[in-house]
Design a protein. Structure first.
Length: 331
């Protein structure tokens, strides 16, 4: 059996919930031209003159609210996903199949982890960005950084393939639906299910990015799986940054509207996040809960990301198995 390496990549996280660590992280993250599409000579002055002076202190306080004894939730859950997938594969192929974990920004970097992959010396290498929906600012930039480092391997490089998205895969939708149903079984069903995805600038969509279409498709498939009626769910977009127009409807506006309509109890899920992180645990579970309650709502319940639950792990494992089968067919 030939050796296969799988590189899981998530966004990244500061190494500590401190202003200094957050500043270092944001400096790398926000300098990526696929994340902020402003000419570099203009953006440099804004980033260093304004953003990196003010934002780190604000973000550090947010991270402090969700930081765990094990560290950043994003890193903790991403490692658990990696470990669960490794256990899954070790049942039948111990030593021939290895999962590696890198972060697009911060540590462990794609560069450093691919050095580890080299030592493993696989015949094939599968890149799996942990983003169900493709966006230039997430999967796209991950792929470009991977290719930049991979190109340094030269003639000794293994065969490589990338799983670009899985927004409409049946097992993914079923895992999401199962998490919603379990939440309803535990806490009762709310009057509305708010399905929230990370927003992106409208400009990105006009340039041909499929992200909005894929988010919409995921939401529609989830709604069908749950058999929800039109007024029982809303699709929204969160985490807007800067003054540019982002894809809508904005999450905060919809939450306020639902409360003003008289809805008392809502459930919120974020299908675009494979692992819980700052945007889900602090922004969605805490900040936006306050928004809904302040507007007159009574009960706001956040449904956790899939993280390392069994359905999620089985789905990711199958994605990898399908890609490996495609590689073997092509040989």
């Amino acid at each position: 059996m030939k050796k296969t390496a799988v590189l899981l990549v998530n966004l990244g996280t500061p190494e500590a919930p401190t202003e200094e660590a957050v500043r270092e992280y944001l400096k790398e993250f926000l300098w990526d031209p696929r994340v902020v599409q402003i000419p570099h000579f203009i953006w440099w002055f804004i980033l260093h003159g304004v953003v990196l002076r003010k934002r780190p202190a604000i973000s550090a306080k947010a991270y402090q609210k969700i930081w765990t004894d094990e560290g950043s939730p994003l890193m903790v859950y991403s490692k658990r996903i990696q470990q669960a997938l490794q256990v899954h594969s070790d049942d039948s192929e111990k030593g021939k199949f290895k999962y590696f974990l890198a972060m697009r920004y911060g540590q462990p970097s794609i560069q450093s982890v691919l050095d580890e992959v080299k030592e493993f010396n696989p015949e094939s290498l599968i890149l799996l960005p942990l983003y169900p929906q493709f966006a230039t600012s997430s999967t796209g930039t991950t792929w470009y950084e991977f290719r930049r480092v991979y190109a340094q391997w030269g003639d000794d490089a293994p065969v490589s393939k990338t799983i670009m998205d899985y927004h409409d895969k049946g097992a993914y939708i079923e895992a999401l639906a199962a998490s919603v149903k379990q939440h309803w079984a535990d806490k009762g069903r709310g009057e509305c299910l708010v399905i929230s995805f990370h927003g992106v600038p409208e400009k990105m969509i006009r340039q041909g990015d499929p992200y909005l279409a894929q988010c919409t498709k995921t939401a529609e498939l989830l709604v069908d799986e749950l058999n929800l009626k039109p007024l029982e769910w809303r699709l929204v977009f969160q985490s807007r940054f800067g003054k540019a127009k982002w894809i809508q409807p904005y999450c905060v506006d919809v939450l306020e509207g639902l409360a003003e309509e008289g809805m008392e109890t809502i459930d919120v899920i974020c299908p675009g996040f494979s692992a819980d992180c700052l945007e889900t645990l602090e922004e969605m579970a805490l900040q936006n809960r306050d928004v809904f309650l302040a507007a007159g709502g009574d009960n706001y319940r956040y449904i956790p990301a899939l993280n390392d639950n069994a359905g999620h792990i089985q789905m990711l494992h199958q994605l990898v198995e399908d890609m490996r089968a495609n590689i073997q067919k092509a040989e």
